[in-house]
Design a protein around this ligand. Structure first.
Ligand SMILES: [Zn+2]
Length: 150
């Protein structure tokens, strides 16, 4: 098997290598589109974006790349009930806010001390491998004018 030299983005290849995964042009382009627009795309959305850059890539290959990138800790899977899996390149521990009106998913930073407190809620003897926190909601509407006669 010949190694294909990456001329487009050596730093991406390096980041993939640093995690112990062999960089391939397909993995790099999938990683590239996830980093480029941090909107938690689904596999189908990643596929559509990757197709523009690499027209020959198949959906199955995109799935394989996503799986490898998740397995090697370069991206995280984000799951919401009754929705396809989404992908996030933010490796810091964070929660997600799912805006039900727009469908957008925002990263919410969780202070380290709060995360430590959450982890301490587990029964004695257990340790969490990961913590998934998600919020659903929408933009808060402007406060109603104060009513005095109700
Ligand atoms: Zn995220």
């Amino acid at each position: 098997m010949t190694m294909i030299a990456d001329t487009q983005n050596p730093s991406l290849a390096q980041r993939i290598t640093d995690r112990g995964l062999r960089p391939t042009p397909q993995r790099e382009v999938v990683y590239q589109v996830i980093l480029a627009k941090r909107d938690h795309p689904t596999a189908e959305e990643v596929f559509a974006r990757v197709k523009i850059l690499m027209s020959t890539i198949s959906l199955a290959t995109v799935y394989n790349c996503l799986e490898a990138l998740v397995q090697y800790g370069l991206i995280k899977q984000v799951n919401f009930v009754r929705e396809p899996t989404r992908y996030c390149p933010n490796l810091h521990e964070h929660a997600h806010f799912h805006d039900e009106a727009s469908g957008k998913i925002h990263d919410i930073d969780i202070p380290a001390d709060l995360m430590a407190r959450l982890r301490s809620l587990l029964p004695a003897g257990y340790a969490a491998v990961s913590v998934d926190l998600s919020f659903r909601g929408s933009v808060r509407s402007a406060p109603a004018p104060a009513a005095h006669n109700n």
